[in-house]
Design a protein around this ligand. Structure first.
Ligand SMILES: NC(=O)c1ccc[n+]([C@@H]2O[C@H](COP(=O)([O-])OP(=O)(O)OC[C@H]3O[C@@H](n4cnc5c(N)ncnc54)[C@H](OP(=O)(O)O)[C@@H]3O)[C@@H](O)[C@H]2O)c1
Length: 285
């Protein structure tokens, strides 16, 4: 644990459960002011109240948004900007697995919309806040699940066929491709951006689904998963450690730089993903 730092403000998406919530608790204990984004008013208010009770010395604020909807991501970003004038760390953590294809109200495939588009769009709208903050950091929660896939641009949103695990794998590859491309675009600034794998963590991840895969995952969590403390280690490290000052465009596992897959290192793929993402989000940029 490092020394307290009451000057820092950290924004966390998916902060009401699992890895995001545990990271939020640890950051508050470390002394960071928190800004949480949650989707359920009741649950978010309860989490915020519990954190305020436990860590009265830090400031904790929140916004509500269904982050699978670009219009809500943008609205939330504008709300955040009206309340904050500095943002030291943006932790894009929200993520989910959908065994069946679910479309958002905007007709977007939910895995792609939540796991990839929300990272891209929230980061885009908070960029001026990050630029106004010396040495700010963007931390993207990716996953080793990116291993074994490449992007199929003709099937990014399950247009040809949908397989929930494949969609999730692609979304986590997108997190890494986004991280590398953004790092390149920010290389002349003092903002860093890194991605990481938290480990296989015993959270409620994927419990929004029924079926064999989710059942097997639940069993696997009992036998093979690490707890939330360990599962929040690498994210907490990237948000707080002096060891990663100036380090950007890297993928981390167990708080160490790790080589991501060949597919994730393909510059053409990441540039194409950026262009397609901008095109999909053009009404929200
Ligand atoms: N668990 C693992 O083994 C594992 C491994 C590798 C990577 N990851 C990544 O780690 C991140 C966190 O996962 P987790 O395991 O902590 O999952 P989790 O326990 O299911 O927590 C997910 C969080 O995201 C929020 N959320 C879900 N859909 C949302 C939406 N549409 N709008 C706004 N918020 C939404 C949830 O809100 P509610 O509280 O309202 O449900 C919750 O706070 C994800 O990016 C995941 O891909 C997890």
């Amino acid at each position: 644990m490092q020394g307290r730092d009451t000057q820092k403000t950290v924004l966390i998406t998916g902060a009401t459960d699992g890895i995001g919530l545990r990271t939020a608790e640890r950051l508050a204990e470390w002394g960071a002011n928190l800004y949480l984004v949650g989707r359920s008013e009741e649950k978010t208010k309860a989490v915020v109240q519990a954190l305020r009770n436990q860590y009265p010395e830090v400031s904790i604020d929140y916004s509500l948004a269904d982050l699978s909807k670009p219009s809500e991501v943008k609205k939330t970003a504008l709300e955040i900007k009206s309340k904050l004038n500095k943002l030291h760390v943006l932790l894009n953590n929200v993520g989910a697995f959908f065994s069946k294809k679910v479309l958002t109200g905007d007709g977007l495939e939910s895995t792609f919309a939540l796991n990839h588009l929300s990272y891209f769009l929230l980061t885009h709208h908070l960029m001026d806040l990050l630029k106004a903050t010396p040495n700010s950091r963007i931390v993207n929660t990716a996953s080793q699940a990116h291993v074994g896939v490449d992007l199929d641009f003709a099937n990014l949103q399950g247009e040809k066929k949908y397989n929930g695990w494949n969609a999730y794998q692609m979304s986590k590859l997108e997190n890494i491709l986004f991280t590398y491309e953004l790092a390149e675009r920010l290389k002349d600034t003092d903002i860093t951006v890194n991605a990481f794998h938290p480990g296989f963590v015993a959270s409620k991840f994927a419990e929004n689904n029924k079926g064999i895969f989710s059942g097997l995952l639940k069993v696997a969590k009992v036998f093979a998963a690490i707890n939330l403390d360990k599962g929040s280690d690498t994210g907490f490290f990237l948000c707080t450690s002096h060891m990663v000052e100036g380090v950007s465009g890297k993928y981390f596992d167990k708080s160490r730089i790790k080589k991501s897959t060949k597919q994730s290192l393909n510059i053409e793929t990441r540039k194409k993903l950026w262009t397609i993402t901008e095109d999909i989000l053009r009404d929200h940029l």
